[in-house]
Design a protein around this ligand. Structure first.
Ligand SMILES: [Zn+2]
Length: 242
């Protein structure tokens, strides 16, 4: 019996290692892509701010150009005032000059607004650049770390499945299917039987059955949780043999 218990114990250990490996192999790429998306989100935020900055610069230039044109018009019109002959023409030109000046006052307000916008977005950009750099430094190290781990896990995984194949090939089909059922139901397939109690589920083991466990005559499953029962002496002898 001890041999079978040891084989089941080994199989269980390998199964646990395999399921841990599979879980990590599933989770690590997700972690990597999360880090990558966070970096990407920072980059997009920065790109967006840079576009806003470009737009503000364009607006500012356009306003400055308009203002310069207006200034030019005003200057020329003011010179023309001296050459005007009629009062009517004079008044019309005065009106034109006043309007150009009003326009420029509005443009000046707009210019100030654009300059403020520019100042705000520039300070935001420098913060976002710093944030992106920090994220890139921090996360690319983590990404590299996980990629390395994945490579390591892949190296371990294949031989581990080979090891499992070798062990299962030596186990009776029926026992193997019971093992799979118990594993699916409980996770653990083995339980220590002590003082007529299954330590896997804390239920009493009928005395006659417990005796059979003690004598190691055959594989015994707990009638309640169906785990395979082993005794303390089996652990001790296993510890002794290493
Ligand atoms: Zn039990």
């Amino acid at each position: 019996m001890r041999d079978q218990i040891l084989v089941l114990d080994t199989l269980q250990r390998i199964d646990m290692e395999l399921s841990q490996l599979e879980q990590n192999l599933k989770e690590y790429p997700v972690k990597i892509s999360n880090y990558e998306s966070e970096i990407e989100a920072c980059r997009e935020k920065l790109e967006n701010s840079r576009k806003i900055k470009e737009e503000a610069i364009k607006n500012k230039l356009r306003i400055e150009l308009d203002m310069a044109q207006n200034e030019d018009t005003i200057k020329k019109s003011e010179q023309k005032l001296f050459e005007i002959k009629t009062h009517k023409e004079y008044e019309a030109l005065q009106k034109q000059i006043a309007e150009a000046k009003r326009n420029n006052a509005v443009l000046e307000d707009n210019l100030l607004q654009e300059m403020e916008k520019l100042e705000v977005v520039e300070s935001r950009i420098s913060k976002e650049e710093e944030e992106l750099e920090n994220r890139e430094n921090e996360y690319s190290a983590k990404i590299a770390d996980f990629k390395e781990k994945i490579d390591e896990l892949k190296v371990i995984y294949q031989p581990k499945t080979e090891e499992k194949k070798k062990i299962t090939s030596g186990i009776d089909r029926d026992l193997l299917s019971i093992y799979e059922r118990v594993k699916k139901k409980n996770g653990y397939v083995l339980a220590l039987a002590k003082n007529e109690v299954c330590t896997g589920c804390n239920m009493n083991i009928p005395p006659q059955l417990f005796n059979e466990v003690l004598t190691h005559s055959r594989l015994i499953q707990c009638p309640n949780c169906l785990k395979f029962l082993y005794t303390e002496s089996e652990i001790k002898s296993e510890a002794k043999t290493g």
